[in-house]
Design a protein around this ligand. Sequence first.
Ligand code: 0X9
Ligand code: ZN
Length: 401
Amino acid sequence: MLRQSLIFISLAMAGSALSQTGWYRVRVNVPDALAFQRLQDSGLNLMECNPHLGTTDLAIGPGDAARLLIEGFTYTYVGEIKNPHRLTKSQATVVLPQDDDYRLHYFNADQILGYFEALRAQYPNIVTRRQIGVTINGEPHWAYRVGRQLQEGTKPFNNIMVQGLIHAREWISGSVIMHVAKKCVEGLTTPQQTPFMSNQAVWIIPMTNPDGYRYTWTDFRLWRKNRRNNGSGSFGVDLNRNYSKGWGGEGSSGNKNSETYRGTAPFSEPETANIRDLALTLPRIGGMVDFHSYGELILWPWGYTETPPPDASLLNNIGTSVRNSMNAFGGQYIQGQCSTTLYLAAGGSIDYFYNGWTAPSFTVELRDTGEFGFELPESQIFVTQDEAWAGFKKLLTFIPR
Ligand code: 0X9
Ligand code: ZN
């Protein structure tokens, strides 16, 4: 099955070279609803109360011109804004670290951590980190929390878990997770205060499998598992077969050399045990998403059995809605129960979180459908991030707070 979809992102050429120091009013053409959504989601400063299709004006400050071009818009210069400090609060710029490099290029392990650290340095009240343990190679294992600090006397925060890069070779997962983090931060720092982040914290594991991910950059691009030494020259446990729910069942392997080797016991691997231990410290988990590639699939539990889960119809509704949001960007995602839509996979993350917290839990298999597979070209990072964010944001609307 080849459900190939190519999106061409035009990096439009600037009509005029604007200085990166001042503030300018520029006019952009917004041809359709997708472009409109992209503009609204960009965090750029719209100057009109009721932006609409056609033309609309923006206030752009340092760095914004490049960003506008990256978002695929050409602009015409309208005039200089002489007193940018007089822009209302709702027009204040959110300056985020690393510019938009992460939208154009894959980041290695240090770059991903650098990105999250920069985000944390810039928004210390919103982005915090916790070392959840160490990996099998002894590297620190990090979780980042994006959310307001708990206020005494308020109701408990809802926690959403997001896993990236559990499978080392699925590089687009890391790109998407950086984007999700940034958009969640924007949800709390743009004065429009979109409600999707209120009373909610998103716990992001940027690299669920850091050792494996490093290995894909240094030794073997298509490595999947962690880097446990199984002995006899065999390495790696499939972390997505090492969670406890259904552990050992069909769709996992007891063969150390297998790509789906489940390990010697549930949570035998430090990486999965660290995530379990983090989850057990959280008062409430309302949802979970695990980003993988590839296939363009939105999958819900169970993976370990073909029996439908108790909330099948709810999960089906959420999945359908998430799928529709994602497909607005030109992809061809389908949704359904993991075991029947893809294959049986016992000991996976979503089954663990659904079983333990009754939390809507989804595996999202990002682009593409097979043309490039794990080696998705960098030109498709951008659109995959956009559609993944649209899907994630839609999912949040279904989670009660
Ligand atoms: O086999 C997997 O782990 C996932 N597919 S992948 O090609 N990215 O390896 C699917 C996992 C489905 N989710 C769970 N069963 N938890
Ligand atoms: Zn995967």
